[in-house]
Structure formats: structure tokens, C-alpha cells
Design a protein around this ligand. Structure first.
Ligand code: SF4
Length: 212
């Protein structure tokens, strides 16, 4: 599980990849939750998401035929030209840590999949997916291209996929740097400046920067 309940003062090591999703939505969320320690509570959507993920993990486990480590899966997929997949893959990059919903090992590429609600790949969701790609690349250093993907967790359909490039790596590194500055009090966080975002935000009742 990620460590999303840590406050800024406790983050001395790696940042949970899931924080990139909040950051992509509105960096003020990072400030409220991890600097000021405000707890917004779990929304019905978050609870439903947890339950759907648990069911997907159970189904994957029940269908699994072999149990392999990441290194073994990388070798087996290329040597035997087979497609393998692993769920709930823990990653620890240089600055990020988290659990990837699914890694699909194709003989010629890797796909890092994040399961999300709905059919829209929001910028925050893409940033989170890039974060998983970066952490995976740093930890396992695969000799294969990495593709990020987002899948509708209700339908199982892929709604977005894009190769992980140096530009995405730089975007994640910049985001992590900005998050650290906010946590350390070196940067003033900005509000979303978007009434639609603020109306849908789980921190709206506690936020002094909201604009709805
Ligand atoms: S209410 Fe608006 S400004 Fe405040 S954290 Fe949410 S999105 Fe950001």
C-alpha cells in the first residue's frame, strides 16, 4: 500500500507515486493534506475503487499459472516470446515509491497499467502513470521500451497509452521537485484557479484557496 497519509515533515525519503495524481489535479491538495495535515476522508468513489481493485487482484491471482519475480518475468517473456502480466507490483525508484496496478511483459516492450474510473485520461492520471514508469525504469532498468497505459477499471478497456520518453521523465522529475519544495515550505502552493475543479475537490470544505 502507498503511504498517502504521511505529512510533509515525515517525507524524508521517497514520495508516493499516487501524490502525483493529486499534484496534477491541484498542487494545493498536496499542501493541505501533507503540510497542514488536513484529512479529507475517503469519498464513495475512492471506497468503490478500493473494492474494485481488490476484486481485480483476486481474479488475477486465481487465474495465475506461475509465480515469478520481475527479473524472471523480464527474461522469460523475451526468451520464450510470451506475454506475462503481474499485478500489484511494488516499485522503489530514486525518488518515488508505489504499487503499480499491472505490469504487462511483452517480448518487445513493457506496459505499465493504472486502473482508473471512467473513460477520460486526466492530466493527473497521466502524471501518475509516468511516475510509475520512471520508478520502474530506475529500479529494474529494463532493456525495453516502456509504455504507460490507463484502463477503465469498470470496463477493462484501455483508454489511453503512450510510450514513456525523456520528456515524460523530465515532467515527473519537475513535479517531484515542486512537491518537495511545497513540503519543505520553499514554495507557495497555488490553488487550482478552476471553479469546476474546486467544486469536485474532496478538500473544498477545508480549502482557503478554493475559487468556486
Ligand atoms: S478546493 Fe480548489 S484550490 Fe483547494 S485544493 Fe481543491 S482544487 Fe485546489
Amino acid at each position: 500500500m502507498n503511504t498517502g497519509s504521511e505529512t510533509g515533515r515525515q517525507v524524508s525519503d521517497r514520495i508516493p507515486v499516487s501524490w502525483l495524481h493529486s499534484y496534477g489535479y491541484c498542487e494545493y491538495q498536496i499542501y493541505l493534506e501533507h503540510v497542514r495535515g488536513i484529512e479529507a476522508g475517503e469519498t464513495p468513489e475512492m471506497r468503490e475503487g478500493r473494492e474494485v481493485h481488490a476484486a481485480m487482484d483476486e481474479a488475477h491471482k486465481a487465474a495465475a499459472e506461475v509465480e515469478l519475480g520481475i527479473d524472471e518475468a523480464l527474461v522469460k517473456s523475451q526468451r520464450e516470446q510470451v506475454v506475462l502480466s503481474a499485478r500489484e507490483v511494488q516499485v522503489r525508484g530514486e525518488q518515488l515509491t508505489g504499487i503499480i496496478d499491472e505490469v504487462v511483459f511483452f517480448p518487445d516492450r513493457l506496459m505499465i497499467v493504472d486502473d482508473k474510473p471512467g473513460d477520460i485520461a486526466w492530466p493527473g492520471s497521466k502524471m501518475q502513470a509516468w511516475g510509475y514508469c520512471l520508478a520502474f525504469q530506475e529500479q529494474w532498468q529494463p532493456d525495453l521500451p516502456i509504455v504507460a497505459g490507463i484502463r477503465n477499471r469498470e470496463t477493462g478497456y484501455e483508454i489511453w497509452a503512450e510510450p514513456f520518453t525523456r520528456r515524460h521523465r523530465q515532467a515527473v522529475v519537475r513535479a517531484v521537485s515542486r512537491i518537495r519544495q511545497i513540503l519543505d515550505g520553499e514554495a507557495m502552493p497555488r490553488g487550482a484557479g478552476n471553479p469546476r475543479k474546486c467544486r469536485a475537490c474532496r478538500f473544498r470544505d477545508s480549502c482557503d484557496a478554493r475559487c468556486d
